[in-house]
Design a protein around this ligand. Structure first.
Ligand code: PML
Ligand code: MG
Length: 218
């Protein structure tokens, strides 16, 4: 599901630039679940804190290949009381993974920018150079989901920590797929939802580290 709205300020510009991303979600489901899941996604698109979209696109693709299974990252919530502390944590953790100062600075600039990206920036860990073909769009992680039985177990585990929400589950599934890619060193994420101030840093070695109170509303 992709929900967007036309940004009035950009009405005169190229069509490529005048769509503001509102929300997006996807999963891998059985045929019997399609109607129910589509309804859920449409309801989500129409009740998002970023506002009412004027376009909602539901795309269904038949999965023709056997999905690759990857492990779910272990979850931990760090102690963090402010955006400054969050920045410190990100700098320390990325540094410990060998990411250069230049790349960390460039990454923080993107995280702190007023304009939210539609996807993710893809950055080289030494030079800090960005590699996405379209910087406005970024890259999107797609074709991902979780098996029903695994989701049940995960829900129970997250419930014990008081964090069994769709937001956490979807972010964790995505981060686990990203971390499983051999060339990915780390992923840092902040929410584009104005009222959600928990972000995360994730990697194969670090696991999924949640950073609460870290991000000011944009
Ligand atoms: C999002 O808005 O989808 C990103 C949420 C990232 C943090 C999820 C968490 O609380 O662990
Ligand atoms: Mg969002």
């Amino acid at each position: 599901m992709r929900a967007s709205k036309t940004n009035a300020k950009c009405k005169m510009q190229n069509a490529k630039f005048n769509e503001e991303h509102i929300s997006g979600a996807e999963g891998i489901y059985r045929e019997s679940e399609i109607t129910e899941k589509s309804r859920e996604y449409i309801n989500r698109a129409l009740s998002h804190p970023r506002g009412m979209p004027d376009r909602v696109i539901i795309t269904l693709d038949k999965v023709k290949e056997k999905p690759i299974k990857v492990p779910i990252l272990p979850v931990n919530t760090l102690k963090c009381s402010s955006p400054d502390k969050a920045k410190e944590i990100i700098i320390q953790k990325l540094g410990s993974l060998g990411v250069s100062k230049k790349a960390i600075d460039n990454g923080l600039k993107i995280l702190e920018a007023k304009k939210t990206m539609r996807g993710a920036a893809l950055m080289l860990m030494e030079s800090g150079r960005r590699k996405e073909p379209d910087r406005e769009r970024g890259v999107r992680v797609s074709r991902l989901g979780i098996e029903k039985s695994v989701e049940k177990k995960l829900s129970r585990r997250l419930a014990l920590k008081g964090i069994n929400t769709i937001t956490v589950k979807e972010a964790l599934i995505l981060a686990s797929k990203v971390a499983s890619c051999p060339d990915i060193v780390a992923e840092v994420c902040i929410s584009d939802d104005p009222d959600y101030t928990t972000g995360y840093i994730a990697s194969k070695g670090l696991g999924y580290l949640r950073i609460p109170n870290g991000f000011l509303n944009k």
